[in-house]
Design a binder for this molecule. Sequence first.
Ligand SMILES: NC(=O)c1ccc[n+]([C@@H]2O[C@H](COP(=O)([O-])OP(=O)(O)OC[C@H]3O[C@@H](n4cnc5c(N)ncnc54)[C@H](OP(=O)(O)O)[C@@H]3O)[C@@H](O)[C@H]2O)c1
Length: 332
Amino acid sequence: MKCLTLNAIKSPLQLEERPDLMPGPGEVVVQVKAAALNRRDFWITLGMYPGIELPCILGSDASGIVKSCGAGVDQSWTDREIIFDPGLDWGDNPNVQHPRFNIMGLPRDGTFATEVIVPASQLSARPEHLDWIESAALPLAGVTAYRAVFTQGSLQSGETVLVTGVGGGVATFALQFAVAAGANVWVTSSSSAKIDRAVELGAQGGFDYRDEGWWKQMAKDVGAPNLIIDSAGGSGYGALLNLADTGGRIVNYGTTTGAPEKLDLFKLFWKQLHLIGSTMGSPADFRAMLKLVNEHKLRPVVDAVFPLKDGNTAVSRMASSPQFGKYVLTNE
Ligand SMILES: NC(=O)c1ccc[n+]([C@@H]2O[C@H](COP(=O)([O-])OP(=O)(O)OC[C@H]3O[C@@H](n4cnc5c(N)ncnc54)[C@H](OP(=O)(O)O)[C@@H]3O)[C@@H](O)[C@H]2O)c1
């Protein structure tokens, strides 16, 4: 098999040859057709992620074909076209993951390869309306967006939602899911072209988060959102507290721009706001996300596709986030 291995922090991934994989008990070997990048992969290459063990094959997401099944696995999985839930060992509590929770692509070897070993319990049939590339783009970002919007964000049809930084891989799913659920969705972005793309996907419109006072403009033109889905945090976080409706919810699944400089607790208690955290998703969230995608025939937004050998180009592009949606590596 071929794989892209991270051997040292802040150094390029190395294309390597390794012996073909053999599944252990309860596992399958997947022939990888396509693998998607997540910002997690970028953070790991920079050493900005807990529990890094090297060498490691990065990559949490893939689409592919089950090549072989280990002991105890239903052999009918063999030759089936699949994706898989990249969140391992979530545990029994739907409200929070078990301390054993871990993610494909560190510490377990991941999907930037021609083969990957996956626990059979994680497998799902690949959505029939998607191609290999789109299927690979779905799992991690899709389940993260699903949990943030519905399980944690409790979105109701007819509510007004703001999705910040809509160019992000998770954010494009949050936009599509909220539109499918009948919400009035608004977005922010650093790019008017990305706002235009978001409108094509069903957003009502958007604002440039770099403009000071963008939130005042939104409050004037649109009103206060009931739900805000954010992964940026940082110095712009105060604007979200200012903007949110009284009794509103702000769900965070990331801190791309770091911690907020200050948190206005007066706004928090006076407006009776709910600040809610969200991380990836439970097995039930993953199943519900797939159901939503299949029922509404939603298509992941893929910005660019690279051959596996050019994976470093995709990883380094994440430094400046020019993308709208996902980067995908292909073995085709
Ligand atoms: N908790 C979890 O389970 C989980 C899961 C997945 C991701 N995450 C985290 O969530 C974040 C996003 O992940 P991703 O994979 O979607 O990343 P991504 O595809 O790399 O997207 C990053 C986006 O962040 C936006 N952004 C940058 N600065 C911003 C600002 N000041 N205000 C608003 N938006 C800003 C940009 O949007 P524009 O291009 O539109 O300007 C950019 O496209 C990362 O921090 C990641 O680590 C957490």
